[in-house]
Design a protein around this ligand. Structure first.
Ligand SMILES: [Fe+2]
Ligand SMILES: [Fe+2]
Length: 185
């Protein structure tokens, strides 16, 4: 039987060390609305989309970790995307990404709430990875608001809605990164 972590192969760049570092400054409840569970589902959504869109898997994985990482509340916080992008720049010593990919990561973080679409397929895939988890606020993802052909397919939306409610995020996080909420020795 497959375990949750078998659903996708998480790129090494999304390391436990990096997740710990991001969580160090996370202002909200780690398992809250925009916390680890959402990051894990966005990660899975993005990596599944990347199998077809050919988005950069490392950028997609880092987007999942950074895009909501500097929210100050779980409701209206229009500047959280730019803050997440800034954090990605600050934490660059914790991962290896070339300048072009870092720019895509930051573009995706900055634009993920206010921007409808983007030119680059990796940025578009990041947007859809996040938007496919909209059922967490009881909104079914709207194909008109998705950027990639794959994400707009009814069966992909349906699978994402099921994932929002049923994905074993705690097990996934444990299997992928271990006890990231326990301070390392
Ligand atoms: Fe966000
Ligand atoms: Fe998000």
């Amino acid at each position: 039987m497959s375990t949750p972590v078998d659903i996708v192969q998480v790129p090494d760049i999304a390391s436990a060390r990096l997740v710990r570092r991001i969580l160090d400054g996370y202002a909200l409840e780690p398992w809250g609305f925009h916390g680890l569970g959402h990051w894990a589902r966005v990660l899975v959504n993005g990596l599944l989309l990347a199998t077809e869109t050919a988005a950069d898997r490392e950028v997609v994985a880092l987007f999942a970790l950074f895009h909501d990482s500097r929210r100050l509340n779980d409701s209206r916080d229009p500047d959280h995307g730019p803050r997440g992008a800034q954090l990605a720049g600050e934490l660059r010593p914790y991962f290896t990404l070339n300048d072009r990919k870092l720019a895509l990561l930051q573009e995706a973080c900055i634009g993920h709430t206010a921007q409808a679409d983007a030119l680059d397929i990796t940025v578009r895939t990041c947007f859809d990875a996040d938007r496919l988890d909209l059922a967490r606020v009881w909104k079914r993802p709207d194909p008109a608001l998705l950027c990639t052909d794959m994400a707009r397919r009814p069966e992909v939306i349906e699978a994402a809605v099921v994932r929002t409610h049923n994905f074993p995020a705690a097990a996934f996080v444990q299997q992928t990164w271990g006890d990231v909420l326990t301070p390392s020795a």
